[in-house]
Design a protein around this ligand. Structure first.
Ligand SMILES: *[C@@H]1O[C@H](CO)[C@@H](O)[C@H](O)[C@H]1NC(C)=O
Length: 295
């Protein structure tokens, strides 16, 4: 990755940062939770069992964690085992987001269900503070039985949402058509579990059954292989440094491979239950980026 020579002596955290980057190149290893993340609320709703982190929702509180740093471009992965049994009314989210009123955001939201009924995975993309780009999938496996990996691959050409390395959504850079693309704000990585029984399960008809609490989501396999944007470095400098030379800029990652395109077609044909692009009741005029998607 490109690293501009510093005019001033780098403060110690940058040396650590640089060492971490050296270590990361060509080496995708997962880290301990506390190397990359910290609980952001309800510390008493976290437990650690070896390499597994558990976060619980009960009628007192949900819980959430956030990355210690912000990033631009690269790949973020976590393995999650969702709430077993009755998870109706609960939502577990894994997302990346920048700050401020014109923020960008990429979301996986796992919508719980009553015992034996399928979880839904809702994805969304916010650009410059505007979302309303929901898609919903039923997964091809039961996400409560085992850990599965969920990732965002983000570069200047595309944002790819992956489930066990299978692409389930692509948000392409269509700036040449005048459509804004998220590529100028560093993003943090977040996860949380909370009660959303006003909308989550069957449109809010099924409420959370608190007699089945606590609702527990489990995590492991934390990987952030991205360009780090330390808070202490000016945003323009982070952007300049992260905008060229990363492994994510290689031409083969500027679009899906043929195999991945076939996988995405299979997901869309067999597992997608909702796509904002084809919701004419909600969007009488087809959203502009949908008119240009090849997928
Ligand atoms: C819950 O299960 C019902 C019945 O199978 C299904 O229609 C619904 O899409 C599932 N998911 C959610 C989040 O409501």
């Amino acid at each position: 990755m490109a690293w501009e020579p510093k005019r001033r002596k780098a403060p110690p955290f940058l040396n650590n940062y640089w060492q971490r980057q050296l270590y990361m190149v060509g080496c995708v290893g997962s880290s301990r939770f506390d190397e990359l993340y910290q609980p952001s609320w309800a510390m008493d709703h976290f437990t650690y069992e070896g390499e597994v982190l558990k976060m619980k929702l009960d009628n007192y509180s949900g819980a959430g964690f956030s990355s210690k740093s912000k990033y631009m471009f690269g790949k973020v992965t976590v393995q999650i085992k969702l709430v077993e049994g009755d998870s109706a009314g609960t939502v577990t989210a894994f997302y990346m987001s920048s700050d401020g009123p014109y923020h960008n955001e990429f979301d996986f939201e796992f919508l719980g269900n009553t015992t034996g009924e399928p979880y839904l995975v809702q994805t969304n993309v916010y650009v410059n503070g505007v979302g309303n780009r929901e898609q919903r999938l039923k997964l091809w496996f039961d996400p409560t039985k085992d850990f599965h990996s969920y990732s965002f691959l983000w570069n200047q050409r595309q944002v790819v949402f992956l489930v066990d390395e299978t692409p389930v959504r692509v948000h392409s850079n269509l700036e040449h058509k005048g459509i804004p693309y998220p590529k100028d704000q560093a993003m943090g990585v977040y996860s949380s579990i909370w009660n959303a029984d006003d909308w989550a399960t069957q449109g809010g008809r099924v409420k959370t059954d608190w007699s089945h609490a606590p609702f527990i989501a489990s995590y492991r396999g934390f990987e952030i292989n991205c360009c780090e944007c330390p808070d202490a470095v000016a945003a323009v400098d982070n952007m300049r440094r992260c905008s060229s030379g990363g492994w994510w800029d290689q031409p083969t990652l500027s679009e899906l491979s043929l195999h991945q395109s076939h996988q995405l077609l299979w997901v869309r044909a067999n597992h997608m239950v909702y796509d904002y692009c084809s919701d004419a009741a909600r969007f009488p005029a087809t959203p502009v980026e949908c008119q240009h998607h090849h997928h």
